[in-house]
Design a protein around this ligand. Structure first.
Ligand code: GLP
Length: 271
């Protein structure tokens, strides 16, 4: 696991975007797993900037991690703007780059048959050849996507009830600003499972701010537990990069060691 610590959010975002851009350049038809939340906004801004300088997304395929049950938009008619993650992705990334609409997958929370839909989503990921690089944030309760505490670490795409903490966090970050009543927030979501996420060939997890310091330390250095589903990162066998700002890294016990390793790798041209 590579643990990269940067001074601030902007530098964290630049580093994360650099990794993603590297994949897109090396494999123009790569399959990217994408995340929502306030954390990846800076990463997406950087990718948009790189796109303006020539980074080509025309063959890239994407799969988003999750969506609120009941919400969704049609990407070819994006005027019915709600608080869906599909709208978030449209506004923060897709509408600014040359990705093809048919290559975008965001779970559709408006599905009438969620169970069947979740199976279909899993099959689509398989048909695309699996995810090459999955971008992840981390929730305030240590979740990946919407895999709330208690989710099996082998779980697949499914419907998940949201915890009070997640509802509170997401209300503060998004719903409040949009003037949506707290009671009107969806209490369920479609989410890729932890097992689904672990099948991605490579993972990049990003986090910033002191609010995330505790769960970041628990996920990287604590025991692997379904109570902190991001701790499943320790079970992944492929390339893992965790990119943090100083505040999010502040509770890591082995902080000095991670900084030392990164310096050594730079010195020997290994990064
Ligand atoms: C939501 C998303 C997660 C995301 C988390 C953190 O719960 N489902 O994928 O990692 O929020 O969001 P933020 O980046 O706003 O802290």
């Amino acid at each position: 696991m590579d643990i990269i610590i940067r001074d601030n959010y902007a530098e964290m975002s630049r580093y994360a975007a650099g990794i993603i851009a590297g994949y897109v350049k090396n494999k123009p038809n790569c399959v990217l797993g994408l995340a929502t939340g306030s954390t990846p906004i800076g990463t997406y801004k950087e990718l948009i900037r790189m796109h303006k300088e020539g980074l080509d997304f025309s063959r890239v395929v994407t799969f988003n991690l999750d969506e609120y049950l009941g919400l969704g938009i049609d990407l070819d008619k994006p005027y019915d703007l709600d608080q869906s993650y599909a709208r978030f992705m449209y506004e923060e990334l897709f509408s600014h780059i040359n990705i093809k609409k048919e290559n975008i997958h965001v779970p559709d929370g408006r599905t009438k048959d969620p169970e069947k839909y979740c199976q279909w989503y899993e099959e689509e990921i398989k048909k695309a050849g699996g995810i090459d690089l999955q971008l992840l944030g981390i929730g305030g309760d240590g979740h990946w996507a919407f895999n709330e505490p208690g989710s099996s670490l082998a779980s697949r795409t499914r419907i998940q009830a949201l915890t009070k903490q997640t509802l509170d966090d997401n209300y503060e970050s998004f719903y409040k600003k949009a003037g949506v009543d707290r009671d009107k927030m969806p209490h369920f979501a479609i989410t890729m499972g932890v097992g689904t996420i672990l099948e991605a060939r490579n993972i990049i997890m990003i986090a910033n701010g002191v609010k995330k310091a505790d769960v970041v330390a628990k996920s990287i250095e604590g025991p692997v537990t379904s109570q902190i589903t991001a701790s499943a990162i320790q079970l992944h066998g492929g390339g893992i990069t965790v990119v943090l700002d100083k505040d999010a890294a502040s509770k890591l016990k082995n902080l000095d060691h991670y900084v030392h390793i990164e310096r050594l790798k730079c010195q020997y041209g290994l990064s």
